[in-house]
Design a protein around this ligand. Structure first.
Ligand code: FUC
Length: 778
C-alpha cells in the first residue's frame, strides 16, 4: 500500500470527528465522606473552586476564587544593588562564592519583608460553606449505600446515600455558564430535606443574613493600611416544598423536597463593580431552570474537554474499586489497570480547564484550590519550574489556548521587571527572579541562595513560545513578541566575559535552589556561581526564538544581529563532567545534595529541545547518567519532571517507573523537600503538601510517552512502556505546527493514524521507526 492510500484507509478506519468521547469511565469515586480535604473532589470553572467533603450529618464545602489574594503592588527593589556587581563578580572570580553570597544576602535581595508576609501576599481560601443536616431529629444518623464521585467528562460531582428508605442526592458544579457555584439537593420522598447552612472564614470576614440570603464580605491585609483586596459572597437558596427561615448568621431549611444552593462571589480584583456583579451573576442563575444551567455548563466544559480521548488498553476488575483502592491496586499490580494512566492524563486536562480561564489568572501552586488562609509558599507563582510545569500538558492535550492567562500575567509583570532590571543589573529589558504574585513581584527573593536565580522570566518565555508552536498563530506571536524581546534584551545586556572559560555568562548566577561544595576542599558550600547551565540553555533558546520571530515579523534587524553575535559566545548547551554527567554549573562542582529535587541543567532536554538522542547523542547519554545519580524519588513535581526526561530519552519503561512512583497513595501534608512525593486519595499530587504541578507534569509526561513533536517531525509512540503495548488508541492530541493527531496501535506497532490540519500540508511523521512524508487532511 502506498503512503497516501494508507493515510486515507486510516481515516476510514478511525472515522474521526472533532469531538471524542472517552472509552472507559472517567470517574473518581469513593464510598465514604472525605475525612481530610485532600480526599474531596475538586470542582472549578477557571475562577471559582469548590471541594465538597460529602458529609452526611455535617458537610463542609470549601470555596475558592482564583483572584483572592492578600498583599498589594509594591516596590521592593534595592536601587543601589547594581553598584555591588563588580565586587560580587570579583569574589566569584577569586573562588570566594560563599563570601559573594553573604554580600548578596545583604545588598542583592529584595527590600522589605520578602515572601514572608504582605505586601507580597498570599493566595487564600475564600471560605467554608457549612451544612448541618438533620434527619427528622435523629441524632447520630445511620446511613448506607454511600457514594460520592466526580465525572471528569461533565465536571459534576455527586453524593448519594440512604437514610432509612430515603435516598438523598446532591449534585455540585461550578457553572461554566452563569459563573456561580451550584448544589442541587434532592430526596426521593417529599419533605425530607432539613438543614442549617452558614458561610464563614477564619479571618477578615463578616457573615450576615439579609432577606433570607447569606452574605459574607471582608477586606484582606495589604501590608500597609489593611485596605487590601475586598470580596463579597452571597448564598441563596431556592426550595421546593418546606420552609425557609433564618437567624443572624445562618439559614434554616425545614422539610423541603428539593433545594437549590447558589453561591455567587467576586473580589474587587480588576472589578470595581464586584458587588453588583455578584448580584448580576446570581440573578441570571436564579432565572434559569436547573436542567438548562446544567446542560449549558456541560456543553461549555466539554467544548474543551472532549477534544481528546485516550485508551491505553485493559483495566481489569477495577469497576468495583473506589479510587483510593484503585490507587493501592495500581501500586501493587500496575499491569492490571492500564487506563489509570489515561485517567491521570485526562485528570490533568480536567484540572487545567477547571483552574484557569482566558482573561483571568494562570493556575497557581494549588491551581485554584486551597483550604487554608496561609497556603504553603503563599500559593504563589514559583518561576523556577512550578508555574512552567503547570502549563506543560496543554500543548499535547489540545488545550494550548490556556497559555493565554500566563501571557497576561507576564505582560503585566514587564513594567515591574524593567525596574528590577535597572535596580540590580543596570540592564535593559525586564527580569523576574524566582517568585511572583498577582501584584507583579519581580525582585529577587529575600535569601540569595534561592532568591537571585534569574531564569524565571526566560523560562516563562518558553511557555509562551510553546503556544505559538502549537497554534501557529501569528497574531498571538505579535502580542507576545515585546515580552520575549524584553526578556532577551535583559539577558543580552547582563552577560559578561568569564576570563577562565572565555564564554559570555551570567554573573552572579545560580542553579535553582541547589548548592555546591567549593572546590578548595574547605567543605564550605555556596549557591552563587557564574553561568549556571540552565541560564545558558534558556538564553540560547530564548535568543533563537526571538531571532526567528523578529525575522518572521520583519522587525529589529540590528537587535537580531546582536543576539546572533552573542549566541556565538555563550557556553554550549551542555558540558560533560569528569564523571560523565551534564554539568549543572560551568565549573565541575560537586553538589551538596547529589539527589537534589531540582534538575535544572536538563532543561535542554525538556521543555527545550536542545539535547535529544538523535541530535546530541553523547549529551543524551550524559543526561542519563545525571538522572541516575539524581535518583527516581523527590516531591511529586520532581518525579514528574524525571518522567518527562526519560520519555524524551525514549525510555518508556523508565518513564512508566516514574509514573508508578508518583502514584503512591499518601495522606501526608507536611512540607517535604526530599523523597516521598505521591498522590492523595482525590488524585491531587502531593509534594507533600498538595501542589498541582505534579498533576500537570504527569499529564505532560504521559503525553510525551505517546506523542512527541519537538524535533521537526511528529513521532508516534516514542516512549511507551511494555504495559501499554498490547493495544491502545488516542484521538485528538496536538502536535507542534497545529496538527491534530489520532492513532491506534497493537503489539507496540501503530496500525492506523490520521493527521489533520486547517489546510492540507506536508509533515514528517515517524511511525514504527520509519520516517514518512505525510500529506495531512482537513
Ligand atoms: C520550589 C521547590 C519546592 C516547592 C516550591 C513551591 O521551591 O523546590 O519543592 O515545590 O517550589
Amino acid at each position: 500500500m502506498n503512503k497516501k492510500s494508507f493515510v486515507i484507509l486510516s481515516m476510514i478506519i478511525l472515522g474521526l470527528s472533532n469531538a471524542f468521547s472517552q472509552k472507559g469511565a472517567l470517574r473518581v469515586w469513593y464510598d465514604k465522606p472525605a475525612k481530610q480535604w485532600e480526599e474531596c473532589v475538586p470542582l472549578g470553572n477557571g475562577r471559582l473552586g469548590m471541594t465538597p467533603d460529602g458529609g452526611v450529618a455535617k458537610e463542609v464545602v470549601v470555596l475558592n476564587d482564583i483572584t483572592l489574594w492578600s498583599g498589594a503592588s509594591q516596590d521592593a527593589n534595592n536601587y543601589e544593588a547594581y553598584k555591588k556587581l563588580p565586587e560580587i563578580r570579583q569574589l566569584l572570580l577569586a573562588g570566594k562564592n560563599d563570601v559573594a553570597q553573604s554580600l548578596m544576602d545583604k545588598d542583592f535581595v529584595c527590600t522589605g519583608r520578602g515572601s514572608g508576609s504582605e505586601p507580597f501576599g498570599c493566595f487564600q481560601m475564600l471560605g467554608n460553606l457549612v451544612f448541618d443536616y438533620s434527619y427528622n431529629g435523629v441524632a447520630d444518623v445511620q446511613y448506607k449505600d454511600y457514594k460520592r464521585d466526580l465525572l471528569l467528562n461533565n465536571a459534576i460531582a455527586t453524593t448519594t446515600y440512604k437514610v432509612g428508605d430515603v435516598t438523598y442526592k446532591r449534585e455540585y458544579f461550578t457553572s461554566f455558564d452563569d459563573d456561580v457555584c451550584i448544589i442541587r439537593m434532592t430526596a426521593n420522598k417529599a419533605s425530607q430535606i432539613s438543614f442549617d447552612v452558614t458561610v464563614n472564614r477564619s479571618e477578615k470576614s463578616t457573615t450576615v443574613v439579609e432577606d433570607n440570603e447569606l452574605q459574607m464580605f471582608g477586606q484582606l491585609e495589604n501590608g500597609t493600611n489593611g485596605k487590601g483586596m475586598q470580596y463579597f459572597t452571597k448564598v441563596k437558596l431556592q426550595l421546593k416544598g418546606g420552609r425557609l427561615a433564618s437567624s443572624d448568621k445562618s439559614l434554616q431549611v425545614k422539610n423541603a423536597t428539593e433545594v437549590m444552593v447558589f453561591v455567587s462571589t467576586k473580589t474587587d480584583w480588576k472589578d470595581a463593580a464586584y458587588k453588583h456583579n455578584v448580584q448580576k451573576f446570581l440573578n441570571a442563575a436564579l432565572k434559569k431552570p436547573y436542567t438548562t444551567q446544567r446542560q449549558n455548563h456541560i456543553a461549555k466544559f466539554q467544548k474543551l474537554f472532549n477534544r481528546v480521548s485516550v485508551d491505553l488498553g485493559e483495566s481489569k476488575e477495577i469497576a468495583a474499586m473506589t479510587t483510593d483502592k484503585r490507587l493501592e491496586n495500581f501500586s501493587k499490580n500496575p499491569g492490571t489497570d492500564n487506563n489509570f494512566a489515561a485517567l491521570m492524563f485526562q485528570f490533568g486536562r480536567y484540572l487545567s480547564i477547571s483552574s484557569t480561564r482566558i482573561g483571568l489568572l494562570p493556575p497557581n501552586l494549588q491551581g485554584l484550590w486551597a483550604n487554608q488562609i496561609h497556603t504553603p509558599w503563599n500559593g504563589d507563582y514559583h518561576l523556577d519550574v512550578n508555574v512552567q510545569m503547570n502549563h506543560w500538558g496543554l500543548g499535547v492535550g489540545n488545550l494550548s489556548e490556556l497559555h493565554l492567562p500566563l501571557a497576561d500575567l507576564m505582560e503585566a509583570m514587564v513594567p515591574f521587571g524593567e525596574k528590577t532590571a535597572k535596580a540590580y543589573y543596570n540592564a535593559d529589558g525586564w527580569i523576574a527572579h524566582v517568585i511572583t504574585n498577582i501584584w507583579g513581584f519581580t525582585e529577587p527573593g529575600e535569601s540569595a541562595s534561592w532568591g537571585i536565580t534569574k531564569c524565571g522570566s526566560g523560562w516563562m518565555c518558553n511557555n509562551l513560545w510553546e503556544h505559538y508552536l502549537y497554534s501557529n498563530d501569528k497574531e498571538y506571536l505579535k502580542k507576545i513578541y515585546p515580552i520575549l524581546k524584553g526578556s532577551a534584551q535583559f539577558y543580552n545586556s547582563i552577560l559578561v566575559k568569564d576570563p577562565k572559560s572565555g564564554y559570555m555568562v551570567t554573573a552572579p548566577s545560580s542553579s535553582p535552589e541547589n548548592a555546591f561544595l567549593l572546590p578548595d576542599g574547605s567543605g564550605k558550600h555556596a549557591s552563587i556561581c557564574v553561568g549556571a547551565t540552565i541560564d545558558n540553555q534558556i538564553i540560547r533558546e530564548l535568543f533563537d526564538n526571538v531571532i526567528y520571530a523578529s525575522k518572521l515579523l520583519g522587525k529589529d534587524e540590528d537587535f537580531r544581529k546582536s543576539l546572533q553575535a552573542t549566541l556565538q559566545q555563550i557556553p554550549p548547551v551542555g558540558i560533560i563532567s569528569a564523571d560523565g554527567r551534564i554539568q549543572e554549573w560551568l565549573e565541575d562542582y560537586k553538589e551538596v545534595d547529589p539527589q537534589h529535587r531540582h534538575i535544572s541543567h536538563l532543561y535542554g532536554i525538556y521543555p527545550a529541545n536542545q539535547i535529544t538522542p538523535l541530535k546530541t547523542p553523547s549529551l543524551a547519554e550524559a543526561a542519563k547518567k545525571s538522572l541516575e545519580v539524581r535518583g527516581d524519588d523527590g516531591p511529586s513535581w520532581a518525579i514528574a519532571y524525571k518522567q518527562l526526561f526519560w520519555a524524551r530519552l525514549y525510555d518508556g519503561d523508565r518513564a512508566f517507573k516514574l509514573f508508578k512512583q508518583i502514584m503512591r497513595l499518601t495522606t501526608a501534608t507536611h512540607i517535604n523537600y526530599g523523597a516521598g512525593g505521591g498522590v492523595y486519595p482525590n488524585l491531587f499530587s502531593a509534594g507533600p503538601p498538595f501542589q498541582i504541578d505534579g498533576n500537570f507534569g504527569v499529564c505532560a509526561g504521559i503525553g510525551e510517552m505517546l506523542l512527541q513533536s519537538h524535533e521537526d517531525f511528529i513521532h508516534l509512540l516514542p516512549a511507551i512502556p511494555a504495559e501499554w503495548k498490547s493495544e491502545g488508541e488516542v484521538k485528538g492530541l496536538k502536535a507542534r505546527g497545529n496538527f491534530m493527531v489520532s492513532f491506534k496501535w497493537k503489539d507496540g506497532k501503530v496500525t492506523s493514524y490520521k493527521i489533520t490540519s486547517a489546510t492540507p500540508r506536508k509533515v514528517k511523521v515517524k511511525v514504527n521507526g520509519v520516517m514518512k512524508d505525510v500529506m495531512t487532511t482537513k
